[in-house]
Design a protein around this ligand. Structure first.
Ligand code: F3S
Length: 399
């Protein structure tokens, strides 16, 4: 990869340890993927924030970088392993909290904005169409590429941090227009009724399109919450963090519809639900907010849960960004949800919190949430927000 004089200085260690390490990572990636040069990025989103995933080795790595590493562009974080304020209420241990706080302090020293969310685009980290960014979390990467029309690869934690310290990333993969062309036309012939149908659609398209970039037709309308749910699912069950949706995503009119065609029918959606849903009726954990809830979703939850009571043996989490929670506080949604026995899980989520073995069966709106909760040894049920609230109140899944 060709380096400018300034990049070479960075690689030679003239701008400190963290920048040198970062340039080593970026140069190695550039060489592996055949990048010709580094390109500027407008923002970074860093994954690998939960101490649960990082462990002591990861914490040590971050502390080393934090000695002289300072980010050069707007950088935000993916969810951490706990709510940074109300971790006790979510059953997190003192030991875990101490370590997680050390991780956050290291990121803070680097100049990173401590907003731990997979929906950075809802709280101010919003790239423009065509802008190059270096984001990590798969649903956010898919949303940035597809819904916003920005350009990013799916970065690992270290490569995203490296991009933040240098302000650049190697120009390969989805940064190049030739790699952003759709490969397969996916004709959707189903009606999408509830939020979880978007997760089921993501499952169906992800499984059928596999490693191909989908050009989707037949979807008449979609709001931001439906699209974020679809983004999370299609990249979890498929492989590509980019799709086009005719009439809905901004670049869909400027690319050619591919000849190869797949069809998604009612049977595919049913198959998705059959595969995501386990045989279970007792529910001890309900979590809405994967990806993190928008303020609109929180208001819907508040309306549905008003005057009800979460069952004694069931825990109900609303996972969201701290910014959305602050709005919810102002609007009174927090009071209503907490009066019903619900808990806010800000800065964290069901996949990165240390939940293995704590709950037996999850109800959620999210196909992605089901995928990761199975790895945490839970049985899973996916449905609408209403169905999830019903499960929280009765402790049962009704079907
Ligand atoms: Fe976000 Fe966690 Fe889901 S990072 S997309 S809430 S698994």
């Amino acid at each position: 990869m060709k380096l400018t004089k300034q990049e070479q200085r960075m690689l030679d260690g003239k701008e400190g340890y963290a920048v040198r390490k970062s340039m080593e990572i970026l140069a190695a990636l550039g060489d592996i993927y055949g990048a010709e040069s580094l390109i500027k990025v407008g923002s970074v989103q860093v994954a690998g924030v939960s101490y649960h995933n990082l462990g002591d080795a990861g914490l040590e790595f971050l502390n080393e970088l934090a000695k002289d590493g300072r980010v050069r562009v707007l950088t935000t974080l993916n969810p951490a392993g706990m709510d940074l304020e109300n971790w006790r209420q979510l059953g997190i241990s003192e030991e875990f909290a101490a370590k997680q706080n050390q991780v956050i302090e290291a990121f803070e020293r680097m100049g990173i904005l401590i907003s731990c969310t997979c929906t950075p685009y809802l709280i101010g980290n919003l790239p423009r169409f065509g802008e190059h960014v270096a984001w990590s979390e798969s649903s956010a990467v898919t949303f940035a590429n597809s819904v916003l029309g920005a350009k990013t690869n799916r970065e690992g934690g270290p490569s995203a941090l490296a991009a933040a310290f240098v302000g650049k990333t190697p120009s390969y993969g989805l940064h190049l227009d030739e790699n952003r062309k759709p490969d397969v036309h996916v004709q959707v012939e189903v009606k999408l009724v509830k939020l979880s149908d978007w997760g089921a659609l993501g499952y169906a398209i992800g499984k059928k399109a596999e490693n191909k970039i989908a050009y989707i037709t037949g979807v008449a309308e979609a709001d931001v919450d439906e699209l974020k749910s679809f983004c999370a699912s299609v990249v979890t069950y498929g492989a590509k963090p980019l799709f086009y949706m005719k009439g809905i995503t901004p670049a869909s009119e400027s690319v050619k519809q591919p000849k190869e065609t797949l069809t998604i029918e009612e049977g595919d959606l049913k198959n998705a639900y059959d595969n995501i849903n386990d045989q279970v009726s007792d529910i001890d954990f309900v979590c809405v907010g994967c990806p993190h809830c928008s303020i609109k979703e929180i208001s819907e939850i508040s309306d549905l849960v008003k005057g009800k009571k979460v069952a004694d043996r069931t825990e109900f989490w609303v996972a969201t960004s701290r910014t959305a929670k602050q709005l919810a506080d102002k609007r009174g949604y927090t009071r209503v949800i907490e009066a019903a026995g619900g808990k806010f899980a800000c800065d964290t989520c069901m996949a990165v919190a240390p939940l293995k073995g704590r709950f037996k069966a999850l109800a959620t709106t999210s196909a992605k949430g089901c995928f990761y909760s199975r790895q945490n040894l839970m049985k899973t049920k996916m449905g609408s927000i209403q169905e999830c609230i019903d499960a929280a109140v009765t402790g049962k899944w009704n079907n």
